[in-house]
Design a protein. Structure first.
Length: 326
């Protein structure tokens, strides 16, 4: 079980982060009741986490549930241009999880399309015409083993199963198809900036009645087209070292390796890919010695793993949203 090492966060903070992963729109009163403290304490801790841990709650469109293609891009750049290109990519709404690696000469980026043609415009248009981009390698994501609506903080097990169950909203009677409509744009525009926006705020932004907004948001969440995610700086939890792992497996072992990775405490994201590597994973560590122990131990012992390329991030530029560099 993971244990946080932090001079900033305590057990209550971890409980709050875990509660937000369980239901990021849960009222502070419900979170407070589950954690056994007052509403004011939760509100005060939430504001402090936003200020000191980079906490943000935002809506995310789930490309996998929506049947949209996603790609992991590796861009090799001239050393003096990688930061500028990474920041430009970070400002795009169709990108996420951007980091600088390989001594600052390589950018790793996940594309997250919003409309047809997004990938063509980025992969066939803008990037090839960027003189400082020396090489582009793109691998399509085929299947998600871990990540997306399933967050990493749960691996700290700060809450009991009963507490998590008390926080999660009641399951809907029917989720319906995962589909976004053009009229959802104003609603999502607000939630992608603040996933805890109130219903009156959503009503004003959309021009719909409050009951209509509630029904539509509930339908989007139930279908899986959209989920509310939590963003924070992992170094505040004592895990400042992040690495992208490109894993080559025997074809028959791709699924078993991916499932095993999903159960590893260090892994925050894992997916099957089409390309030279068969599985890509993002993992978080206390330091480089911790990364070494993982590569030579739990990962290295997995049956079917043939090759691993580990890329520690020199700097993380963007997680879910872009709020400048840190």
């Amino acid at each position: 079980m993971l244990e946080p090492e932090s001079d900033t966060l305590d057990r209550l903070d971890m409980g709050l982060l875990s509660a937000l992963e369980a239901d990021a729109r849960a009222p502070f009163s419900r979170i407070a009741a589950v954690l056994g403290v007052s509403d004011q304490t939760i509100a005060r801790r939430y504001r402090r986490l936003c200020a000191e841990a980079g906490l943000r709650v935002v809506a995310v469109r789930d490309a996998e549930r929506l049947g949209q293609d996603q790609w992991m891009l590796r861009l090799r750049c001239a050393p003096d241009s990688a930061t500028v290109i990474a920041d430009a990519l970070a400002r795009r709404p169709d990108t996420a999880w951007i980091g600088l690696a390989s001594g600052g000469t390589e950018i790793v980026c996940m594309t997250r399309p919003r409309r047809p043609g997004d990938h063509d415009e980025l992969l066939l248009g803008k990037l090839p015409r960027t003189p400082s981009v020396v090489e582009i390698r793109a691998q399509q994501l085929l299947h998600r083993f871990y990540g997306g609506p399933t967050g990493w903080v749960r691996k700290f097990r700060a809450l009991s199963e009963d507490q998590v169950a008390a926080l999660r909203p009641a399951p809907p009677e029917a989720g319906g198809p995962a589909r976004l409509e053009p009229e959802d744009a104003p609603l999502l525009g607000v939630l992608e900036r603040d996933g805890r926006a109130t219903y009156p705020e959503l009503q004003r932004a959309t021009g719909r009645s409050e009951s209509s907004v509630k029904r539509r948001l509930a339908a989007l969440l139930a279908s899986g087209a959209v989920y509310i995610d939590v963003e924070y700086r992992s170094e505040v939890l004592g895990f400042p070292t992040a690495a992208l792992l490109w894993i080559t497996t025997a074809p028959s072992a791709m699924h078993s390796v991916g499932q095993a990775l999903a159960g590893h405490d260090e892994v925050a994201f894992a997916a099957a890919t089409a390309g030279p590597s068969h599985v890509v994973a993002t993992a978080l560590f206390r330091d480089t010695a911790d990364l070494y122990r993982y590569l030579s131990g739990p990962l290295g012992r997995l049956e079917g793993v043939r090759h691993v390329e580990a890329m520690p991030f020199l700097r993380r530029v963007k997680q879910l949203t872009y709020a400048g560099s840190y």
